[in-house]
Design a protein around this ligand. Structure first.
Ligand code: CTP
Ligand code: MG
Length: 503
């Protein structure tokens, strides 16, 4: 069903009674009297009989569809490009004389693509092909078809541009069932088949609305940079809940640990915050990339949309970068201290870079906290050939003296502790007893957070490629000096916590 013209969504769900932000029908006081032991007893009747449907505020989704569904001309041109790409791939395969077949996959195959969609061309190799040959020939075919670059995350493929369209050319194995998968992408043809078989006419547009919504609120894409919902996950959710509106209403009601099994039981236990079992492989969670934060943001976005639907959820305004002076005024007014760690951007794909950035953020914060500095907030960004990590600190300067705790006085290590600290140049006092433990005042290694980071950052497990860059050089900058042009965007994002639809 296409909801493009629908102006009112009707709700029957009794759960609205407790959580809905909408006008709630007043609780009816109907009772069904029954007679027992000659006394008349009254029992509350089943609630759902008495709740009239609630009419929700709504948005004319037709306007959104006009902006996201490719026009007839765009679609015709897209199909022409796809056909060219497939022909061209087939020619290269014939020349190389390998047992492989090119086919269209991804959203363009399923008709769930948005305007200016990336085209996913897969090359299915016979299952007899060795992994090495699959990669070698797969990349060769890709390189000859489009001018692009090799992308390595878990699986190698070519990403390029062809007649103005972004194209991925991805090698995979041709298999009988998705459960027999060898590489990460072997399930893809089964996904396309499943979705095409299940989507009802018109439901493609429900998927498109939902994808655009997820994009607008910042949660679309399973890639490491986003940690959000993949296109396939959006399709499965629309299949479960029928329409975009139905889906948003249901997601608004999600609580902890969501577990969805579109077909049959899971064959594995999953601990991720959102679990949607892959209908073509019960051992896989389609939502495994969705982080707890992104899930929470997404549920919140659905609730906010349901309360007050607007185009801003689909097409948010850009967060305008604030000026240096504006940012500095706000930074100063907070009474905290800002520090930036900056190093070169490694030449790797985002899917490898972003997990390393998050790792760097985590270990740097841990180091600060371990040394008694207190981190209030952090933000990372990749900009102008640099990666930057911004830290906001509640405690950034500490005195030289620090209390160092030793073992309990009855512990066999006591004499070692006493010997060490009685003669150490780092000791500021003689070891003494407090409660049942040895204690000594010692000199702190680093009195400022800048000093700590300068001195110890290379000891941290920063992630391989960021570490290599940091070895070549890194900078620690603090306060107003952070506010150079390339860092204003990240600083704005750090200080402005609004959601995209609120900009
Ligand atoms: N895929 C997957 N899991 C992911 C990413 C991709 O299973 N985390 C598979 C899906 O079968 C998907 C295909 O790879 O259909 C192509 O991936 P992608 O282009 O990211 O998704 P699309 O469905 O094509 O959606 P979009 O419109 O965003 O391109
Ligand atoms: Mg795609």
């Amino acid at each position: 069903m296409n909801l493009g013209n629908c102006n009112h969504a009707v709700l029957f769900s009794p759960s609205y009674e407790t959580t809905g932000p909408f006008p709630r029908p007043s609780r009816p006081t109907f009772f069904l009297p029954i007679v027992a032991d000659e006394r008349v007893l009254a029992f509350p009747a089943k609630r759902r009989f008495f709740y009239p449907p609630v009419s929700l505020p709504s948005l004319n989704l037709k306007n959104i569809l006009e902006r996201i569904v490719p026009t007839k001309e765009e679609e015709a041109q897209l199909r022409e490009v796809v056909s060219d790409l497939l022909d061209s791939a087939q020619r290269v395969i014939d020349e190389l004389d390998v047992d492989a077949r090119p086919f269209l996959a991804g959203s363009v195959a399923k008709n769930t693509h948005l305007k200016r969609a990336e085209i996913d061309i897969f090359v299915g190799f016979s299952s007899k092909t060795s992994r090495k040959d699959l990669e070698r020939y797969g990349l060769k075919i890709g390189e000859r078809v489009v001018k692009g670059r090799k992308m390595y995350a878990e699986h190698p493929y070519i990403h390029g541009v062809y007649r103005g369209h972004e194209v991925d050319i991805v090698p995979c194995y041709r298999l009988k069932s998705a459960a027999g998968k060898v590489t990460a992408v072997d399930r893809t043809p089964f996904h396309a088949k499943y979705v095409i078989g299940k989507l009802k006419k018109g439901q493609e547009n429900e998927v498109r609305l939902f994808k655009q919504f997820a994009k607008g609120v910042g949660t679309y894409g399973a890639e490491a940079k986003v940690q959000g919902l993949s296109g396939y996950l959006c399709e499965l959710l629309v299949l479960k809940y029928g329409t975009f509106t139905g889906l948003v209403e249901n997601v608004s009601e999600w609580r902890d640990s969501i577990h969805i099994e579109p077909e049959g039981k899971a064959k594995k236990r999953f601990n991720e915050p959102l679990v949607v079992i892959d209908p073509v492989d019960p051992r896989r969670n389609v939502a495994s990339a969705v982080s707890a934060t992104q899930l929470a943001r997404f549920i919140h976005a659905c609730r906010e949309y349901r309360k007050n639907p607007s185009e801003e959820f689909f097409f948010p305004k850009e967060l305008g970068t604030r000026s240096k002076d504006e940012l500095w005024t706000e930074m100063e007014s907070r009474g905290t201290h800002f520090v930036c760690v900056e190093t070169g951007k490694p030449d790797i794909t985002d899917d490898v870079l972003y997990p390393q950035l998050r790792k760097m953020e985590k270990v740097v914060i841990e180091l600060c906290e371990d040394e008694d500095f207190s981190v209030l907030d952090s933000e990372y960004d990749v900009t102008d050939g640099k990666v930057i990590l911004l830290l906001e600190l509640e405690v950034w300067r500490l005195p030289l003296a620090k209390k160092h705790f030793g073992p309990p006085t009855t512990n066999e290590n006591s004499s070692r502790f006493i010997a060490k600290w009685s003669s150490s140049p780092l000791a500021l006092s003689h070891p003494f007893v407090e409660g049942s433990r040895w204690v000594v005042f010692v000199k702190r290694g680093h009195e400022s957070v800048e000093d700590l980071l300068e001195g110890r950052i290379m000891e941290l497990s920063l992630g391989k490629d960021i570490r290599t860059e940091a070895k070549r050089g890194f900078r620690i900058v603090e306060g107003r000096r952070i506010l150079t042009k390339n860092r204003l965007k990240a600083m704005t994002a750090m200080l402005d916590k609004r959601f995209p639809w609120e900009y």
